[in-house]
Design a binder for this molecule. Structure first.
Ligand SMILES: [Zn+2]
Ligand SMILES: [Zn+2]
Length: 339
């Protein structure tokens, strides 16, 4: 359902940044029905929680800046940041995205649980909500119904461009009129006892991840002070960076970069972002072949998440990995050239 639906409304745009005045004007005339949308029990409560999760890491950034100014940064802080960034980043990219949303490979229930937990520690919401929103994004990419398109319902010009990017980056998190209905978009995960359990106990894993940052700081630095600064760097600063790197896929990768495949949407490959996103910034490739375990095509397109999946396959931890043949890629490239 969500894999191959393509927009009929958006013209294929040329490679490079979409100039503000060139952006397709998409109106909300064909918005899907309410049965596609996940109802929210208390919008003000959700907005308050989202606001705290969004702003708190910036307070952490202020404290970290003061710490740096005073020359108090410890090597253990950077180690904790690095460990937590890699664990939670892969939890989102390999787990939430490629495994749970797109079923790019299969793995054991224990590994499914591990990836569900690691992605939850990133504090981007429970896994079932994340997957439902992202599948809806693929079903209505840059069309009415897409939860976070920078193009839908935006006015022309620079002001419209900035408001579209702001909506796609973080604004959509405060809006509940386009979120993916869990029963409609993630019935397979609701039926999965492991994933369903981790999704329901999201708050526990989010707090456990912060406790882990403290524990790592204490274990590596050897003092309680190192535990607290480990919490700052492995918790708040890591959340800030992982969040905004993830959000950049929704905003920047639907606006800036190259578009080798004619996907019928505005998804783009943004090379400089590919390392930080563990390969997710090859986003036009991904929209062209959503189930592909690899988002980077060839050695010039580094894709750390794809390499992790390949490594798991070699170790017998992943199987039925989806690879796209060179012939399919070439056919789609030819179609884009002919368009
Ligand atoms: Zn996208
Ligand atoms: Zn996707």
């Amino acid at each position: 359902m969500y894999q191959e639906q393509r927009s009929q409304l958006v013209e294929a745009a040329p490679a490079g940044a979409a100039a503000a005045e060139d952006r397709p004007a998409i109106q909300a005339a064909e918005r899907p029905g309410d049965d596609h949308v996940q109802p929210v029990s208390s919008e003000s409560l959700h907005r308050t929680i989202t606001g705290i999760i969004t702003i708190a890491p910036f307070i952490g950034l202020g404290i970290a800046a003061w710490q740096l100014w005073d020359g108090l940064l410890h090597p253990s802080d950077l180690a904790v940041f690095g460990i937590m960034y890699v664990l939670t980043g892969l939890g989102v990219t390999v787990g939430f995205h490629r495994l749970f949303t797109h079923r790019s490979f299969k793995t054991s229930p224990a590994m499914r649980g591990l990836f569900a937990v690691l992605g939850s520690v990133a504090i981007e919401g429970p896994v079932i909500s994340w997957v439902a929103d992202h599948r809806k994004h693929h079903a209505f990419s840059d069309k009415p119904g897409d939860p976070h398109s920078p193009h839908v319902n935006c006015t022309a010009g620079w002001r419209g461009m900035l408001s579209g990017l702001g909506h796609a980056h973080v604004g959509w998190l405060f809006i509940h009129t386009d979120r993916g209905c869990h029963e409609r978009y993630a019935p397979d995960l609701i039926a999965d006892p492991v994933v369903s359990f981790v999704s329901k106990t999201f708050l526990f894993w989010a707090i456990a991840g912060l406790a882990l940052s403290f524990g790592l700081g204490y274990a590596i630095g050897g003092t309680v002070d190192a535990g607290w600064t480990g919490l700052l760097w492995g918790g708040a600063i890591r959340m800030l960076v992982v969040h905004h790197v993830t959000y950049s896929i929704n905003s920047l990768c639907h606006f800036f970069g190259r578009k080798p495949f004619a996907t019928g949407d505005e998804s783009r490959n943004l090379a400089w972002l590919s390392i930080f996103t563990f390969g997710e910034a090859w986003h036009n490739n991904h929209h062209a072949f959503p189930t592909s375990a690899l988002h980077g095509f060839g050695w010039r397109q580094p894709d750390i998440s794809g390499w992790v999946i390949r490594g798991m396959e070699r170790l017998g931890l992943a199987w039925d990995v989806v690879y796209i043949s060179e012939a399919r890629k070439q056919n789609k490239l030819k179609a884009a050239a002919a368009a």
